[in-house]
Design a protein around this ligand. Structure first.
Ligand code: C5P
Length: 221
């Protein structure tokens, strides 16, 4: 069966400041989004790459992908969850890797682990341990949140397409969702953790983009 990489790039990127959404910013000569696309296209286990963009981002998208040959982008929604749903409604294929465009450095080994886990369960996500202390925060520090057994969940998040589409359709639209694993879990799907990678860290703030640029330049020398 076919495996699709569904890259969501419809965010407005307000937290990064500046005019242009972070997924369209240039890092080491390529748009952040283009790095993510290239990692997916280079992997033999991925048959097709589809990108979800925001309404009005067509020109930024065209500039970002340059001469790469891709199917038409899908138009997303006002929340990440709605962008993913629009993408899922538009694709076919048996398996899907849902990925944030804002995570441009995607190691092939993570994709390998996710695809292997999909033979065992309908969902799989990359995770890393929490190394800092966690606490409730208000004006003064509140209770410590035990970090034992707690993980950070990254993307790509891999699913059997029909299962994650059904889970999205069943999700209570009033609740915020930051990723697809929680939507899968709410629908009762089993989601396996695989080892993530620090390179997959999401670019969120302007200084993240600068740090990524420095790191890439260092590795290219
Ligand atoms: O805002 P956040 O960092 O959670 O965004 C994660 C990913 O989801 C980004 O790649 C962003 O472009 C995408 N997104 C989207 N549609 C939205 C909001 C975010 O595709 N409405």
């Amino acid at each position: 069966g076919k495996t699709t990489a569904l890259i969501v790039a419809a965010g407005r990127g307000e937290r990064a400041g500046g005019g242009i959404p972070k997924q369209y910013a240039s890092v080491a000569g390529r748009a952040v989004l283009a790095h993510a696309i290239d990692a997916c296209m280079a992997h033999g286990g991925i048959d097709e790459v589809r990108v979800v963009i925001g309404e009005g981002q067509e020109a930024l998208y065209a500039q970002a992908i340059e001469d790469r040959s891709l199917p038409s982008p899908i138009i997303g929604g006002a929340e990440r969850r709605l962008s993913v749903l629009a993408g899922l409604e538009a694709i076919d294929g048996e398996r899907v890797l849902i990925h944030d465009a804002a995570r441009p450095f995607l190691p092939a080994a993570v994709i390998d682990r996710l695809l292997a886990a999909l033979d065992e369960a309908p969902g799989a996500v990359p995770v890393l341990p929490v190394v800092d202390t966690l606490a409730q925060a208000d004006t003064a520090l509140g209770d410590i949140v035990p970090r034992d057994g707690v993980v950070r969940v990254q993307t790509p998040q891999a699913f059997h397409t029909h299962a994650i589409l059904a889970a999205h359709r069943a999700w209570d639209g009033a609740r915020p969702a930051t990723d697809d694993a929680q939507i899968a879990r709410a629908a009762g799907l089993s989601v396996l953790p695989v080892t993530g990678d620090r390179l997959l860290e999401k670019l969120t703030y302007a200084e993240d983009i600068e740090a990524a640029e420095r790191r890439l330049r260092a590795t290219m020398i």
